[in-house]
Write a protein that binds this ligand. Structure first.
Ligand SMILES: C[S@@+](CC[C@H](N)C(=O)[O-])C[C@H]1O[C@@H](n2cnc3c(N)ncnc32)[C@H](O)[C@@H]1O
Length: 192
């Protein structure tokens, strides 16, 4: 795992500074003041998402103990679970909403992780960044992707294949396509 995930404050700073705070606004829009009985963030990091959700049971799962300890101090009542996004320790359909916020790009098998989230939850919400239509390829590949890979371990992901994992999906673009929000439900044609 990347060294940055052992430094929650630095992660928060880089995340906010280099996106001009847009990543935080996109996170907030993706959740839109959600009120649910159970909410799981997979790759919860420093716990920035939880302020946008009201939930009876709030769970943050992450592979980094340091990130989770920080999140627990930030979010009273958070159930912090050290674990792997590819193998979630929850029963089928036991969570109302699962959330991925800028986590999938850093995973070895993002498709498997989304499949796993669809198994444990009734709805999966994803926010992540993508190449804006107007951004030149050279800037995307040469700067944004290189920086993302060096600092966060990010790689390109195939959003269309991810969408097809679900039977029902809503997809929206924010900030000229720099961020993508997906809401997935049910098992789709790429689900097995
Ligand atoms: C880019 S950060 C996103 C954090 C948070 N979701 C946010 O929006 O700020 C990615 C997080 O995924 C976690 N992570 C990386 N690999 C993981 C895995 N296999 N399973 C669970 N979490 C993982 C990292 O420790 C890190 O906290």
């Amino acid at each position: 795992m990347k060294w940055i995930y052992g430094h929650p404050r630095l992660y928060d700073f880089i995340d906010s500074f280099f996106s001009g705070s847009r990543s935080g606004r996109a996170r907030k829009k993706a959740l839109g003041g959600l009120a649910v009985e159970s909410f799981l963030e997979i790759g919860a990091g420093s716990g920035k998402s939880f302020r946008h959700v009201t939930s009876g049971l709030t769970i943050g799962l992450d592979a980094s103990v340091t990130m989770l300890e920080f999140a627990r101090r930030r979010v009273p009542g958070l159930l912090a679970v050290v674990g792997d996004a590819h193998r979630l320790p929850f029963r089928d359909g036991s969570i109302e909403v699962s959330f991925f916020s800028y986590c999938l790009r850093g995973l070895a098998e993002p498709m498997d992780a989304v499949r796993e989230a669809l198994r444990v939850s009734r709805k999966v919400v994803i926010v992540d960044y993508d190449k804006p239509a107007l951004m030149p390829e050279i800037l995307w590949r040469g700067v944004v992707n290189k920086f993302g890979h060096a600092v966060f371990g990010s790689r390109d992901i195939d959003f269309e294949s991810l969408e097809r994992l679900a039977g029902r999906r809503q997809v929206s673009d924010l900030y000229g396509g720099l961020y993508k929000v997906m809401v997935l439900e049910g098992v789709g044609d790429a689900g097995s």
